[in-house]
Design a protein around this ligand. Structure first.
Ligand code: PLP
Length: 447
């Protein structure tokens, strides 16, 4: 049955009169006639205001790691509400949650809280600069670290070809001050020589290197463990603070995040999405010597920091992630889903690969997985784009942009898996029909 978006479409017409693009975040606008308004979410499913039901693999870009409205977390949040909100004073639970984080994440010696991923990364960058006294920093092509000016830069690899020097650095948004460009350097993932090159030339000015070793905003493209170790060595050699941005990977790919998976310790690391199963809280953690600069010259704080509701939700979510098999179950579901999808694609001779971690993987229509943003940008993602739209029509919600991985929660169950694979099979066939053999053949022979 074809879904109807009649109510969502009608609501869009109203909403756009009061909200730019009719939504509260630019990324939620999927077109005038495809923007969805949610009625509610439970477990791994959500329902839009037309009553369409979806198995959800976006999970709000990752936060709902235990599923929407998890009763254990919501009950804790209610108890947090009774504490009373924020007081511009500290509460005891800040310490309890910090103890849990330090137990789970090997590089976390001290902890501070913020409200969003953006705020945590902002704080990390400021702290790195305060600690080193150096203003410039390096980011990785294809990475995303939030909506603040310092990190809203991208490498224009679409308009560039190998041998032309480095791709131009451009701001993601109007309003980002051009003068900031002087401080930003970008390097491709998995190329330690390029990184050292930049450090040799500019190391005296560079205070921080910011990296997502599993790129949660670029299909889950993954750093080779050796590259991450080289990064660690180079940061030490050039006096640069290594910031691992675990806003998406943290408390998801392992209890100790991607740092545990890759056996590396960052100087500073940031967490947000999975910390409190969707309640707004983020974490900056790291090495004591650096963290003690907070309060010793570096400013940090905020009116809503460590709100009693979010903090109580964090305490319960982290307890569950630490003490149950939730993360193992999530990874097992991801692996089973990839196996099922591969069988469907293999039967049709469609070349493909998965990148990332089973709990947050990208699907890529080529035999060889991309190893950096340049590979993704130069790839043909037309097949994915068309497939994603069809999946929405069939009740499976993945991000329409192929750079966003598929997120799994502990609430995805056998029924979700069976429905997802049935819809996936239909969607692949419809996509082949719609795009004609040209595009399907490309996917068949890609790689
Ligand atoms: N860092 C990473 C790796 C992210 O994926 C995101 C958001 O997707 C952010 C930072 C910003 O987080 P927020 O949207 O909570 O500000």
């Amino acid at each position: 049955m074809q879904r109807s978006l009649e109510r969502s479409n009608a609501h869009f017409k109203k909403a756009v009169g009061r909200l730019p693009l009719g939504v509260a975040s630019n990324f939620r606008y999927w077109g005038d006639d495809r923007t969805i308004y949610v009625s509610h979410g439970r477990g791994a499913r959500l329902w839009d205001i037309d009553g369409n039901e979806y198995v959800d693999y976006r999970l709000g870009y990752g936060p709902a790691i235990l599923g929407y409205a998890d009763p254990r977390v919501d009950q804790a949040a209610w108890a947090g509400m009774e504490v009373g909100g924020v007081f511009a004073l500290a509460t005891e639970r800040e310490y309890t949650v910090a103890e849990r984080i330090c137990k789970m994440v090997p590089s976390a010696e001290l902890v501070r809280y913020s409200n969003s991923g953006t705020e945590a990364v902002m704080a990390a960058l400021r702290l790195a600069r305060g600690y080193t006294g150096k203003d410039s920093y390096i980011i990785v092509e294809g990475g995303y670290h939030g909506l603040f000016d310092a990190v809203l830069w991208y490498a224009a690899v679409q308009d560039w070809s190998e041998g032309e020097g480095e791709p131009e650095l451009r701001p993601y948004s109007q309003g980002v001050p051009r003068l900031l460009k002087r401080l930003v350097h970008q390097v491709p993932l998995n190329d330690a020589d390029k990184l050292e090159d930049v450090l040799k030339r500019h190391g005296d000015d560079i205070g921080a290197f910011l990296i997502e070793p599993i790129m949660g905003n670029c299909c889950g493209i993954t750093a080779e463990p050796q590259y991450v170790k080289d990064v660690r060595t180079l940061c030490d050699k050039y006096g640069v603070v290594m910031i691992v941005d675990e806003v998406k990977t943290g408390f998801r790919v392992a209890r100790g995040g991607v740092q545990e998976l890759m056996g590396v310790k960052a100087d500073l690391c940031t967490f947000a999405k999975a910390v409190a199963n969707g309640y707004p809280i983020s974490v900056l953690a790291g090495r004591e010597e650096i963290m003690r600069k907070i309060g010793g010259g570096v400013a940090h704080g905020g009116t809503y920091t460590a709100h009693s509701v979010s903090l109580a939700a964090a305490e319960k979510t982290l307890e569950i992630l630490d003490e149950t098999s939730a993360l193992e179950d999530i990874a097992a579901y991801g692996t089973a889903m990839q196996k099922g999808m591969s069988e469907i694609l293999d039967r049709r001779g469609i070349a493909h690969s998965f990148v990332g971690h089973p709990s947050m993987a990208g699907l890529f229509f080529s035999e060889t997985a991309p190893t950096n943003y340049r590979d993704w940008a130069n790839s043909d993602y037309t097949f994915y784009d068309a497939l994603a739209r069809t999946l929405h029509d069939l009740g499976v919600l993945c991000e329409p942009d192929s750079r966003e991985p598929w997120f799994i929660s502990a609430a995805h169950d056998e029924a979700c898996l069976a429905e997802t694979l049935a819809a996936f099979e239909q969607a692949v066939d419809r996509t082949i029909e719609t795009l004609g053999t040209g595009q399907a053949d490309k996917a068949r022979t890609a790689g």
